[in-house]
Design a binder for this molecule. Structure first.
Ligand code: ZN
Ligand code: MN
Length: 471
């Protein structure tokens, strides 16, 4: 929804992304997801008095890489702070985060939406620790502290988005960049990527910012769009009825697709931020940043550009660069085939659906071989697809599958000439027309041979032979 009764949404997001380190941020407990609750814990991440944290350098490196991937400035000095709040998911009673001096600032994410380029500014990225995971069952509260202390980056945008759709597109693109940068597995359903969305409304064209509501922990991209749209309606109705929007924290109800009041929004002063005294400041120098920049895997924009330069159409480029798994697979294919365009089409139609379903799919060598068969005129595109399928079923190469199943195109001139003369015998009128100069009637002969050969006649050779036959 772009506007509602003359009002538009103004949206900024805070995205929490768990970094893919083996260990937690400030202790050496495993950061693995899905282990038996409360088994990956120690005095440090449980906040026992006297336990001293020590910083995991790998978390700093991945946070810095996140900043580079999003075009941020990297702070040469950054520091940790304590954010205090009292809640069962936080045994220490405070979270170690970076409030005053974050590691990264001023980045940007650009993406295309409905054919127009959109850019969303990143205000800051800071490194912090995750809290425990709470769940409710049979009226009881369960606490899993395995997640306490898992390293996170919090990515904070400027309020640059104007609709649910735009917000969804931003989160999708952010997620894609982080996946290619290989800093996180970004699984929203497992909570390794979580979104808080800040929404205010204003008359379309105004540049005043209204009071905003924060909608916490929305766990799917689709719900993000719904949450923004429902807030646009709710806040606008509130204003039009003469009321005003209160700055508050709300939650998204997945059953009603509406937001609900949760609590008054905390102000920074509520958190009583103080400098974290037990962890030294982070110093990074130019060499360290440069080394990380060199190690960065190619990001989506660069990979798309490379595919376009091979002549691959925009739609296939979009599919291939949807995920690093696809893009890496296709990279291997395109390094082996002479026909990257056909390989891309076969990848989109034959491989991606199987990958999505978790079905077996051809190896990149076999896909490349299949594209080459097409490029060399050995099979038409229908047979190319069929030989890929048969190669999987029969456990042989596509070339072997095409051979044993009679899928190769007919390129034997002698056989084709015989067919041409046989079709001509049956079509005397057409032959007379062609001899009288009606060139377009040749397609009747070509069609006849195609039919006679069961569609296997190689079309370029056939039309050449038909031309020669009438010379
Ligand atoms: Zn621990
Ligand atoms: Mn945070």
């Amino acid at each position: 929804m772009l506007s509602y009764k003359g009002y538009e949404a103004v949206v900024g997001v805070e995205v929490h992304v768990e970094l893919r380190t083996a260990e937690k941020a400030f202790c050496r407990c495993s950061a693995r997801f899905g282990d038996v609750p409360n088994t990956n814990v120690c005095p440090v991440c449980l906040g026992m008095p006297g336990a001293t944290p020590s910083l995991n350098g790998e978390a700093v490196r991945l946070a810095l890489r996140t900043g580079l991937a999003l075009g941020c400035e990297i702070s040469r000095v950054s520091r940790f702070d304590r954010k205090h709040y009292f809640y069962p998911d936080l045994p220490k009673g405070y979270q170690i985060t970076q409030f005053y001096d974050p590691l990264c600032r001023n980045g940007e994410v650009t993406f295309e939406l409905d054919g127009a380029e959109k850019s969303v500014g990143i205000e800051r990225i800071h490194l912090e620790e995750d809290a425990g995971k709470l769940s409710y069952k049979d009226g009881k509260l369960f606490i899993d502290n395995n997640r306490c202390g898992v390293p996170l980056v919090e990515i904070v945008t400027y309020p640059h988005m104007r609709s649910g759709e735009e917000t969804m597109a931003f989160v999708e693109e952010l997620r894609r960049i982080l996946l290619f940068a290989d800093v996180s597995d970004c699984k929203m359903n497992e909570g390794s990527l979580r979104c808080d969305v800040n929404v205010s409304v204003r008359p379309v064209g105004s540049d005043v910012l209204g009071n905003r509501c924060e909608i916490k922990n929305i766990n799917s991209v689709n719900f993000i769009g719904r949450a923004v749209d429902s807030e646009l309606v709710r806040q606008t109705e509130l204003i039009l009825a003469g009321g005003e929007v209160h700055t508050e924290t709300r939650r998204f109800n997945e059953d009603t697709c509406q937001t609900e009041y949760m609590r008054e929004k905390e102000m920074a002063s509520d958190y009583r931020y103080i400098r974290e005294p037990e962890i030294p400041s982070i110093f990074v120098d130019e060499d360290y940043i440069e080394a990380e920049r060199v190690k960065m895997p190619p990001l989506p924009a660069e990979r798309e550009e490379k595919l376009r330069s091979l002549g691959i159409k925009a739609e296939a480029v979009g599919v291939i660069c949807h995920s690093p798994v696809y893009a890496d697979y296709f990279d291997s294919v395109s390094s082996l085939t002479t026909d990257a365009v056909t390989a891309a089409n076969l990848f989109v139609s034959e491989v991606v659906p199987a990958m999505k379903k978790g079905d077996p799919y051809p190896s990149f060598e076999y896909l490349a071989e299949c594209a080459d068969m097409y490029a060399e005129g050995d099979v038409n595109i229908v047979s190319a697809r069929a030989s890929l399928k048969l190669s999987l079923e029969e456990g042989v190469s596509p070339r072997k599958a095409a051979e044993t199943n009679g899928l190769f195109m007919l390129k034997d001139e002698g056989v084709l000439l015989e067919m041409i003369s046989s079709v001509c015998t049956d079509n005397e009128k057409t032959v007379a027309q062609i001899r009288a100069g009606k060139d377009s009637a040749k397609k009747v002969i070509v069609g006849g041979v195609m039919k006679l050969s069961g569609g296997r006649a190689e079309p370029r050779l056939l039309s050449k032979l038909v031309d020669e036959y009438f010379e």
